[in-house]
Design a protein around this ligand. Structure first.
Ligand SMILES: Cc1cc2nc3c(=O)[nH]c(=O)nc-3n(C[C@H](O)[C@H](O)[C@H](O)COP(=O)(O)OP(=O)(O)OC[C@H]3O[C@@H](n4cnc5c(N)ncnc54)[C@H](O)[C@@H]3O)c2cc1C
Ligand code: FES
Ligand code: FES
Length: 482
């Protein structure tokens, strides 16, 4: 076992010992004098702390560069990676990175507090060939600016050149893989961070430390440190177990490993159902989707976990593993209360298995929040409707944000099944919708608002699937029709 954290920081090899394992990368970087990395919110919402992480590909021949929030990333999570701060974007010749030049040239910075974070987000964008507005907005949606205004920053993104990978990066990737070939078992003052390289080793470590935090991307767990000031005695990381990073597309279903990030899963999920892909694209912002995982969303068991209603509607099963063996649990039975799952001691989520919808199944997934990006759902809903000859022959309906857990709305399914798929049927199911949900009042919406949204989404489903031809799936278009 390796007992020191090893990574590259702005191109230099770093070996760290003696720092508490739950120390956030942000705090450590600032302690090293790298103060371009700012703390705005300490909860992943503002992007001021963004850094670039280069993760070696499985074959060790290249690095994948992603912007992440260093405020909710524990220092040992960057073991085996290349970390680049805004200071490190500057080239060996002392010249600024094209992202920095673009920000300066378009007057994209005023007080400068947000600018290092934007420079990092744009540097991540510079690795992508697309420069359409959607890609650009997506790249900077996780970064807040309070004074410049966004137009100059978006203009900087538009003039940014595409930057190709260099041969140096392949060398860095190979060196990181060789340097970190042994699993990390890092400890300071009785606190540990262990990152096993196999499922068997992980389960053995979990048996040894039954109260350990099971860490995937840390986009939920990180906040327990930064907001609740908890200090875990032991953290077991899933990040280095190859099996958990696999996406397997079979004949009947797609299996997504528990540690697959949203960024990596997006294409497979979009293939399963485009509106599910659109929902995943709206989870947090790019920095969150770079680290957040399907296993983390399911394991977190939040009533507003965005992937949960679509997984229920698609008939997904959660695949678990422990030293006692493997289990397959229907998604709708996996969460049994507020943040409570059926997982037993020593058991973890290995993957989620999602069947392909039939070609005749209409799948629609909706997220209703106050903003498009970087916002938590007030309500979410997912529908999988089988319609033959204009009649509903099967329905799976699920809602999020309306109870202590995501709910499968069997009453609504019964109210739809066997009837003509018409606006009248959608409206007649309203009482069943009201019976199926029991939302609360909170900052994101009142109980009455949430219930009304659930009812309206069923009607919207009809407009989008069977309404007059040419009605696109936007509320604006619906208003025009009305
Ligand atoms: C700024 C911000 C925006 C966000 N926006 C959204 C959003 O729009 N929609 C949304 O749904 N969520 C959102 N989240 C929450 C979070 O990003 C997601 O829940 C994410 O899927 C968590 O994944 P993770 O890998 O980071 O989980 P972690 O934080 O690593 O873990 C979360 C929980 O799951 C458990 N866990 C993780 N993996 C496993 C496993 N394999 N087996 C058993 N237990 C496991 C952990 O022990 C922990 O209890 C947001 C979070 C932040 C900070
Ligand atoms: S400090 Fe706001 S996202 Fe990290
Ligand atoms: S330049 Fe001041 S916050 Fe963006």
């Amino acid at each position: 076992m390796r007992t020191e954290i090893r990574f590259l920081l702005n191109g230099q090899s770093r070996r760290v010992t003696g720092i508490a394992p739950h120390t956030m990368l942000l705090d450590w970087l600032r302690s090293q004098g790298l103060t371009a990395v700012k703390e705005g919110c300490a909860e992943g919402d503002c992007g001021a702390c963004s850094v670039l992480i280069g993760m070696p590909a499985a074959d060790g021949r290249s690095l994948t560069w992603l912007a992440v929030n260093s405020c909710i990333l524990m220092l040992p999570q960057v073991d085996g990676c290349a970390v680049v701060t805004a200071e490190g974007l500057v080239g060996a010749d002392g010249m600024p990175h094209p992202a920095q030049t673009a920000l300066a040239d378009t007057h994209g910075t005023q007080c400068g507090f947000c600018s290092p974070g934007f420079a990092v987000a744009l540097a991540a964008l510079s690795r992508r060939p697309e420069r359409d507005d959607e890609t650009i907005l997506d790249a900077v949606a996780g970064n807040l600016c309070r004074c410049t205004g966004y137009q100059p920053i978006l203009q900087a993104a538009r003039v940014l050149p595409v930057i190709e990978a260099t041969s140096e990066e392949a060398v860095m990737a190979a060196a990181l893989c060789a340097d970190c070939a042994e699993p990390l078992d890092y400890g300071v003052d009785g606190r540990r961070f262990v990152a096993p390289h196999s499922l068997d080793d992980f389960l053995a470590a979990l048996e040894e430390h039954p109260d350990a935090w099971i860490l995937a991307g840390g986009t939920d767990l990180g906040l327990r440190v930064t907001k609740r000031h908890e200090e875990p005695a032991c953290v077991l990381s899933l990040a280095r177990i190859p099996e958990l990073h696999e996406i397997r597309r079979g004949e009947r279903d797609t299996v997504i490993g528990a540690a697959v990030s949203y960024a990596d899963a997006l294409e497979a999920v979009t293939t399963l159902a485009p509106s599910f892909g659109e929902m995943v694209r709206r989870i947090g912002a790019a920095q969150i989707r770079a680290m957040g995982t399907f296993g983390g969303n399911i394991g977190n068991a939040s009533p507003i976990g965005d992937t949960l209603p679509p997984l229920i509607a698609l008939g997904a099963t959660v695949e678990t593993v422990s030293r006692r063996g493997r289990r397959s649990i229907p998604m709708e039975d996996f969460i049994v209360g507020y943040r409570k799952t059926v997982l037993g001691a020593g058991e973890i989520i290995a993957a989620v298995r999602v069947p392909y919808p039939q070609p005749t199944t209409w799948v629609r997934v909706y997220k209703v929040a106050r903003r498009i990006d970087q916002d938590i759902s007030a309500v979410s809903a997912a529908f999988a409707l089988d319609v033959e000859d204009g009649r509903v022959v099967g329905a799976r309906v699920a809602y999020g944000g309306v109870a202590d857990r995501p709910v499968r709305a069997r009453d609504v399914e019964a109210a739809l099944t066997g009837r003509a798929w018409s606006l009248e049927t959608a409206r007649a199911a309203a009482p069943a919708v009201r019976r199926s949900v029991s939302p609360i009042d909170d900052a994101r919406g009142s109980a009455a608002y949430r219930t009304a949204v659930c009812v309206n989404l069923l009607e919207r489903l009809w407009w989008e699937t069977a309404g007059p031809a040419g009605v696109p799936s936007t509320l604006g278009a619906l208003e025009e029709v009305a």
